[in-house]
Design a protein around this ligand. Sequence first.
Ligand SMILES: Nc1nc2c(c(=O)[nH]1)N[C@H]1C(S)=C(S)[C@@H](COP(=O)(O)O)O[C@H]1N2
Ligand SMILES: [Mo]
Length: 300
Amino acid sequence: MAYRWTNDLTHADVTPKAAFLNRRQIIAGTLGLGAIAAGLPAAAQEALVPNSLEDITSYNNYYEFGTGKSDPAQNAHQLEISPWSVKVSGMVDNPGEYSLEDLLDGLTVEERIYRFRCVEAWSMVVPWNGIELADILNKVGVQSGAKYVAFETVVQPENMIGVQRRVLQFPYVEGLRLDEAMHPLTIMATGIYGEPISKQNGAPMRLVVPWKYGFKSIKSIVRITLTDDEPPISWNVANPREYGFYSNVNPKVDHPRWSQATERKIGGGLFAKREPTLMLNGYADEVAGLYSDMPLNEYF
Ligand SMILES: Nc1nc2c(c(=O)[nH]1)N[C@H]1C(S)=C(S)[C@@H](COP(=O)(O)O)O[C@H]1N2
Ligand SMILES: [Mo]
């Protein structure tokens, strides 16, 4: 007989079946299959089982609130998000400090179900609500000559217990090349599962770039700057050998300390097999063209 131990679980224990089926119905019904299909090849669509809201809001990286996966869920309630304003500066026609409401006023919020792959080799499937970044950039007017977009996260030292530890330089900063920023897959998320985005997930507005490693998806954004120079990004500043500006998901280029060929799906349960990581996280048909003149090993 196979080895058994106390509290051995079966697949039926991992997710109560009724809740699982119910969730599938909710997703199929309210989010719509069109949204599920957005930008994904057939094989990836089949593999889509969105994580629960609980998965998505209890396993996070948000170092301003601590480096443990459950620290953000515990500490991010302290973040003050209202009122919220975003400084838009650099090579734009309409620079200024916008209230979040004014910045997003008149723009379309869409539901996008995206694969999300952290550089640490875990992944989720997340139903975001968001606005195409291109819509925001077009609204503020990008000037010719601009080549990059830089982003900055808020720093609230009183409220963010992680910022004193300086594991990273804060404010957390990120950046995209302008064509990456203008790509229709790139969104500013303001919601999850049809609810306002949680603080631990980057309220009130965070970037989502689904073909790049998760750290590019900077949270709680207070500054957007158009520039003609590649901007510094926090993880590259902290460790340039391990984290590059592009950081495109690439199963063929390992992290110096671990393989990137497979990933562990959060919420998959104890017996979940690691899944193969897809080139550009499954979005190669859409975005590989952005990198046609860049060798694969420079994707990082
Ligand atoms: N400001 C800020 N943004 C951040 C991070 C962070 O520590 N601080 N972590 C990044 C990393 S490493 C990942 S994997 C994702 C995690 O997003 P999630 O917690 O919503 O899943 O946020 C990214 N954005
Ligand atoms: Mo990450």
